[in-house]
Design a protein around this ligand. Structure first.
Ligand SMILES: Nc1ncnc2c1ncn2[C@@H]1O[C@H](COP(=O)(O)OP(=O)(O)OP(=O)(O)O)[C@@H](O)[C@H]1O
Length: 465
């Protein structure tokens, strides 16, 4: 996009104007003296001199950028465009507006872009819709495109944190965010690294995390949320494969049974079908539905409210990592409760959710765990008991209408920890934030929570400043 185009767009225009008049090249001595004595409000009458359209967009967008107290540097070609296109009477107002702003350091971030996400449109999304907006709002970005699955994790685990002190921005789906999270938590300095905020520009098949937690599902709104600044703390959960001693971290949900099976099958159709692969795999799996048998043990958040409490079956409170890396400094709720509850039998699905999980695509907006909050210090466990296509179909329909919790074979409980053991030939994989963890042989998964360990860049639009 040329600089001329940028200046014509309402958002870029006022930002460019702001930047222009704070840069030394554009600063005028006469005006700057005046700007110290008068503020924007006192010159309302001058706004009326502007053409109506320009007045509206300039008022709206100038206030957005000055509210942030951000005065981005104005690149030389943009400055030229500013000078050429901005009428003098507008310049007076912008200078006065600038009296309320302070110059802040640029925010340095690493941008990790997955060109394979979703409809493979993340390059277009980032370079055409987002990059210029982030630049104008003061971001200094190093952009790296992933070259293979797992690349984002490698980048996050090896990047020099001093080069991106303001965060890592992921352009893609939930999977790439999950890789970055796991990269950060796999580092030797993970205690520092996990404080690095993660930004999300949604461009994947489904961006449930940013949609549920920040209420954003389009890339431009995501860029504006990043520009406005701030963080949102978020719980992180750990899924440990006990036998292998491997721990994987997540921000959204882990799931077992039908959905994990569908996730595994869907990978076969990724290239051909993109985001529609889940529908195709779901239909195929529905038609050849196997039985899923599990043994589930969970530690409820409020033992008093659960009538079927049993004596503790296990005394030890598993820590997160065998190598001791993750154990230090991260607090899994230390209290050991005497009240594990065990469930055995057939389950169509088991969901362990960190937030209420609203899918970003689809006509309806069903949520799987309506009581889950991303920072409530608990996990929400949903057990869909039973087997058979009829039950599964009813669950799916009820879920679309958000009635699934009313079904007699659905159990919902807030928990601290869950242990899940597939029994017999049951599919023993586990889905975490859209990534499949494959089990082998005898597998036991354990989910625990690391309350408010993570930070997302940006705030919910309704959040108080
Ligand atoms: N260059 C690449 N080539 C192939 N696979 C990649 C590449 N970069 C990343 N991946 C893999 O693509 C997977 C999915 O990425 P991502 O989450 O960004 O998109 P998505 O699957 O379309 O969205 P969602 O996860 O929200 O459904 C990740 O598991 C990641 O490992």
């Amino acid at each position: 996009m040329s600089s001329r185009n940028l200046v014509r767009s309402p958002v870029s225009c006022s930002a460019a104007i702001n930047g222009c008049f704070t840069s030394n090249t554009c600063r005028s001595r006469n005006y700057s003296q005046h700007s110290h004595t008068t503020n924007l409000q006192s010159l309302q009458v001058d706004w009326k001199l502007l053409p109506r359209k320009l007045r509206k967009s300039t008022q709206r967008n100038t206030s957005f950028f000055t509210q942030r107290k951000l005065v981005p540097h104005c690149s030389s070609d943009l400055s030229t465009s500013c000078r050429e296109e901005v009428p003098n009477y507008l310049a007076v107002n912008v200078l006065q507006d600038q009296s309320n702003t302070t110059q802040v350091a640029a925010r340095k971030v690493l941008v990790i872009l997955n060109p394979n996400s979703g409809f493979r449109s993340s390059r277009d999304v980032f370079y055409k819709k987002v990059q210029s907006k982030l630049r104008l709002s003061g971001f200094m970005m190093e952009v790296v495109e992933t070259a293979y699955a797992g690349h984002a994790k490698v980048l996050a685990s090896t990047v020099d944190l001093n080069k991106c002190p303001d965060g890592i921005v992921c352009v893609g789906g939930d999977g790439i965010v999950n890789e970055v999270l796991n990269g950060l938590l796999g580092r030797d300095d993970f205690e520092v690294a996990i404080r690095l905020p993660i930004g999300i520009i949604p461009a994947g098949s489904d961006n449930s995390l940013v949609w549920t937690v920040l209420g954003i599902r389009d890339p431009v709104s995501a860029a504006i949320a990043l520009a406005k600044g701030g963080f949102t703390p978020i719980d992180v959960f750990a899924v440990k494969w006990i036998q292998a001693g491997v721990t994987h971290f997540g921000l959204t949900a882990s799931y077992y049974g039908f959905v994990a099976d569908v996730l595994q099958l869907s990978e076969n159709f990724r290239l051909q079908l993109g985001p529609f692969r889940y529908v195709a795999a779901g239909l195929l799996k529905f038609l050849s539905l196997p039985q899923y048998r599990f043994e589930v043990e969970y530690l409820p958040l409020s033992p008093g409210r659960n009538p079927e409490l049993k004596p503790q079956t296990e005394k030890s409170h598993e820590q997160l990592s065998d190598d001791g890396k993750v154990r230090r400094g991260i607090q899994v709720d230390g209290r050991i409760e005497d009240s594990w509850i065990t469930r055995r039998g057939e389950f169509l699905g088991i969901f362990v959710c960190n937030h209420f999980c609203k899918p970003a695509r689809g006509l309806l907006s069903p949520v799987i765990a309506p009581k889950a909050q991303h920072d409530d210090g608990s996990l929400d466990l949903i057990l869909v008991h039973g087997s058979g296509r009829l039950k599964l179909f009813c669950f799916f329909v009820a879920y679309q209408l958000c009635w699934h919790l009313l079904l007699p074979y659905v159990e919902y409980v807030k928990v601290k920890q869950v242990k899940i053991r597939p029994v017999g030939n049951t599919h023993n994989g586990c889905g975490v934030d859209g990534e499949l963890l494959r089990g082998e042989g005898k597998t036991e998964w354990q989910c625990s929570l690391l309350p408010a360990q993570g930070r997302l860049l940006g705030r919910h639009p309704n959040a108080l400043e």
